[in-house]
Design a protein around this ligand. Structure first.
Ligand code: TRP
Length: 320
């Protein structure tokens, strides 16, 4: 069973990235043939500065490795180290109806948020389809916002298979129930573009600032509080066991503490949880050559498969 997913190198990793994507992906590496890649070409649709792109790609690699991705088990690579994907992207784009892309929610949302429209941004789903189909992926774990892209990929693959023969595996999206959307400090989906993130590896001072900015209702210290609708509690749920949550619920109900106390509990919990990854992270930051070596080895594995697949695709369409 091949499972593949990509992550955009969009800078500092936050709790939403971690619980929504990174951790579920890493947990699959023991039981499947996992392909995890850094979507560097996709990132170019929003990052236009050389230094930021380079830095974000490096940081994303470091974060994945520090958080437990095992490059011996998974195939971990940068998208642009396997440029064969661009040839497939072109071939698929000749089979992609304009109207399909015009219906893209993600494209429309991004333009509405102020990302400059470009042909690359518009055809983003076709490149994503190429990422998936080049490696005969069976399952693609994604956030809810990417489901439409997987649907497009399935449609494009079916069109290709009907015309040129059954070359492509039709992939399935996998959206995990409890981790699909993580809320940010204001209760909306946690996202860098909403400026409501809690970052995993920032300074203690910055982390405190982010946690303290979580919005709550204005109940006073002595009032009983509603944990179910509280942004602090929702974040605690990601980290705590059932027992710990029950204790926290009691504290909400008792009316002896204010939101500031609950925020401090959350802050400590976050610090404890990510502390164990920090040593490894420092090691990789200090050893960029080691990171490079891992990524090169991953690209080599991926390229072998991609080369073979692209040969058979060329043959099928008449480019032999
Ligand atoms: N578009 C995805 C995102 O923003 C990243 C991505 C690129 C991806 N190519 C992919 C995800 C292929 C899954 C499969 O999250």
């Amino acid at each position: 069973m091949r499972i593949l997913s990509g992550i955009q190198p969009s800078g500092a990793m936050h709790i939403g990235n971690y619980f929504g994507m990174v951790r579920p992906m890493i947990s699959l590496q023991d039981s499947s043939d996992l392909f995890a890649f850094i979507a560097s070409y996709h990132a170019m649709t929003s990052i236009k500065e050389r230094a930021s792109l380079e830095q974000n790609i490096f940081e994303t690699a470091v974060n994945f490795l520090s958080l437990g991705l095992n490059p011996e088990q998974a195939t971990f690579y940068r998208q642009h180290d396997v440029p064969q994907v661009l040839e497939l992207y072109w071939i698929l784009s000749t089979l992609t109806p304009m109207a399909m892309l015009e219906r893209g929610h993600s494209y429309k949302d991004k333009v509405a948020k102020g990302i400059k429209s470009s042909h690359g941004l518009f055809s983003y789903p076709v490149l994503m389809a190429a990422d998936i189909l080049l490696y005969d992926s069976d399952i693609v774990p994604v956030g809810k916002d990417q489901i439409q892209h997987i649907e497009m990929c399935r449609d494009i693959a079916t069109t290709f298979n009907d015309r040129f023969g059954d070359l492509f595996t039709i992939p399935k999206a996998q959206v995990s129930q409890d981790t699909q959307t993580i809320n940010g400090t204001d209760g909306a989906k946690m996202s860098k573009s909403y400026d409501n993130t809690i970052d995993i590896f920032c300074s203690d001072k910055q982390l405190k600032k982010q946690v303290m900015s979580i919005t709550t209702d204005s109940k006073g210290l002595e009032e009983a509080k509603d944990f179910d609708n509280c942004n602090i509690y929702k974040l605690c749920e990601l980290f705590m066991s059932d027992d710990e949550l029950q204790q926290l619920q009691q504290r909400y109900i008792s009316g002896a503490e204010g939101y500031g106390h609950f925020k401090l509990t959350l802050l400590e919990t976050i610090q404890d949880n990510f502390q164990k990854f920090k040593t490894k992270r420092e090691f990789y930051i200090d050893n960029p050559d080691k990171v490079e070596q891992i990524l090169q080895a991953g690209a080599l594995k991926a390229r072998k498969i991609a080369d073979k697949k692209i040969q058979s695709i060329r043959l099928a369409v008449g480019l032999d």
